[in-house]
Design a protein around this ligand. Structure first.
Ligand SMILES: *Cc1c(COP(=O)(O)O)cnc(C)c1O
Length: 324
């Protein structure tokens, strides 16, 4: 991937104008308690309050709104462990495009139900034995559908970058920014916005400890593949970064950190009890990493992106009461 083939901040700006008035401009929250705990001034970008409950709406709407009339008529196919599926399903419905979604049999029930509720056709697969990319590609070839992958696509990552664009516009320049990392759509899009709007900001991607392929890739300089990691962060159970996302991450991100499942549960509790917001485990990666390095953050302006809030209430309760 040469730099001229990579999306740039202008693509994030174009995405921002496509989603304006359709995606929510989500709030940036602050907490005196959190500032006291860290000695920093912390700004929380709440994509758990985005339409369909995660930032994925942004990339999905951006990608689908660029379809030709022929593509719109034939339809879209996507493979996803959940939030990308819901994003594509909802945006396809808004744009009148038929959608087929390939989802793991063990995806959270709320995510499957929401995807079907948006009118998409759902096809199940086994995430530990079957190759979802191959299934998606076969459906695309056989039925003339356009495949929109969850992260490794210029329109997807440019759309995801609009969340950080809004954060910098609302909070001003930041010294640090912590961003959940799965396949890297959110992080690479965020990197484009960060280098354009706050070039000095230290940008960290945060992965689940059990699945640190991104950290290994970043430090070794080549994309590392791992087995599907076992973690409560189901939105970041990806096995590898993408070609587009890794090229941008390698160039524009400062480092990749990790957080344990126990750290994620603590962050879920903090968000619910102190800030009154419901955040899914993956959405907590950024805060969990920030709390782990709090001494370095003293006196700094720190941004944290919450990526999503989709979790069954029963699952939330068992995680925060330690019964899971
Ligand atoms: C998809 C997702 C992620 C990971 O995003 P990538 O673009 O794959 O890195 C993180 N959090 C939530 C809630 C997600 O849905």
């Amino acid at each position: 991937m040469t730099p001229s083939q990579l999306p740039a901040y202008a693509d994030v700006e174009a995405a921002a104008s496509r989603i304006a008035g359709i995606a929510h401009r989500t709030p940036v929250l602050t907490s005196r308690t959190l500032n006291d705990m860290t000695g920093a001034e912390v700004f929380i970008k709440c994509e758990n309050l985005q339409r369909m409950g995660a930032f994925k709406f942004r990339g999905a709407f951006n990608a689908l709104s660029r379809f030709s009339p022929e593509q719109r008529k034939a339809g879209v196919v996507a493979f996803s462990s959940g939030n990308h599926a819901q994003g594509i399903a909802l945006c396809a419905k808004l744009l009148g495009i038929p959608a087929t979604i390939v989802m793991p049999h063990d995806a959270p029930a709320a995510k499957v139900a929401a995807t079907k509720g948006y009118g998409a056709k759902v096809i199940g697969y086994d995430r530990y034995t079957e190759d979802r990319e191959a299934i998606g590609k076969r459906l695309a070839d056989e039925n003339g559908l356009t495949l929109i992958p969850p992260y490794d696509h210029p329109d997807i990552l440019a759309g995801q970058g609009t969340a950080a664009k809004e954060l910098f516009e609302d909070a001003g320049a930041l010294d640090y920014l912590f961003v959940p990392l799965g396949g890297g759509g959110l992080l690479s899009g965020t990197a484009l916005s960060t280098r354009a709007l706050a070039p000095q900001c230290v940008l960290y991607g945060v992965e689940p400890e059990a699945g640190n392929d991104g950290q290994q890739s970043f430090r070794s300089g080549g994309i590392v593949h791992i087995d599907t990691p076992k973690t409560i962060a189901d939105g970041a159970q990806t096995q590898h970064l993408g070609n587009y996302t890794f090229a941008i991450i390698k160039r524009d991100v400062n480092d990749i950190l990790t957080a344990s499942d126990a750290d994620l549960v603590n962050a879920m509790k903090f968000f619910a009890s102190r800030m009154k917001i419901l955040v899914e485990p993956t959405g907590c990666l950024g805060l969990a990493a920030a709390l782990n390095m709090k001494d370095a953050l003293k006196g700094k302006r720190v941004g944290v992106i919450i990526s999503g809030g989709n979790i069954d209430l029963d699952r939330f309760c068992s995680l925060v009461t330690g019964e899971a």
